[in-house]
Design a protein around this ligand. Structure first.
Ligand SMILES: [Zn+2]
Length: 236
């Protein structure tokens, strides 16, 4: 089987439009949210243009992300390498608990805020003190491999202008693969960057191209992680 999963961070207001697109095409995504930043008002400037970085409200989480997965991204998005052990526990456990209350299910995954800011000690603290059993890092490997370590899970590629050429190549390769092995296509990004780089059309073309295939399972990160943990999928 081929598995496609998406992972998008920060819970900005562009997720509303993004989720509509995913639902139109039947794609599944895991959304990594900061429970301490709901309703945060913030803009960023890119090439002289103001990009909205407002965050959604707590009250819309359950309905907006229904059918997808909500995962942790810490309470306030700190660099975890600069946090004490108790602060790491607070940032991850309290975020997961707050999000779990909003969604009505246990939160078991996360994405590290800022991407590369974790190490073996961070993993030890998180797995020893929370229900988190998988965590996404940043750094594309441009393959369809499954993670060797669920707590240091690197994606296939990022939806970002610097990786469009790889994304296009990988999308065609993934769709045309007819072998026996299990493949995982793991795409991550930020929905506010679709505003930032004006690439909503490109994202919709990706959805249109990859959606509706009989030999692709459209799943959340959690569904992949559970299969990996149970040894149900194998690297090709
Ligand atoms: Zn983030």
């Amino acid at each position: 089987m081929k598995y496609l999963t998406l992972s998008f961070d920060d819970g900005t207001v562009q997720d509303r439009r993004f989720v509509k697109l995913l639902n139109k095409y039947g794609l599944k995504c895991t959304f990594n949210l900061n429970s301490g930043l709901f309703d945060n008002r913030h803009d960023i400037t890119h090439e002289g243009i103001l990009v909205n970085h407002d965050e959604i409200s707590a009250s819309e989480v359950a309905e907006l992300y229904a059918g997808h997965e909500v995962a942790a991204h810490t309470v306030t998005h700190p660099n975890l390498l600069q946090c004490s052990e108790s602060e790491i526990i607070h940032q991850v456990r309290d975020d997961a608990e707050a999000l779990g209350k909003l969604c009505g299910y246990k939160i078991v995954g996360m994405a590290y805020p800022g991407g590369p800011y974790f190490n073996d000690e961070t993993i030890r603290v998180i797995t020893g003190n929370t229900d988190i059993f998988y965590a996404r890092a940043v750094g594309s490997h441009f393959t369809f491999g499954f993670p060797e370590r669920l707590m240091a899970w690197y994606p296939t590629c990022q939806f970002h202008p610097s990786q469009y050429a790889e994304l296009d190549r990988l999308t065609d390769e993934f769709i045309s693969y007819k072998g026996d092995g299990d493949l995982l296509f793991y795409l991550w990004g930020h929905s506010f960057e679709l505003d930032k780089f004006g690439n909503w059309d490109r994202f919709e073309r990706f959805c249109d191209k990859i959606a509706g295939k009989d030999d692709i399972a459209y799943v959340t990160n959690r569904e992949v992680a559970e299969r990996v943990r149970q040894g149900e999928v194998s690297a090709h």
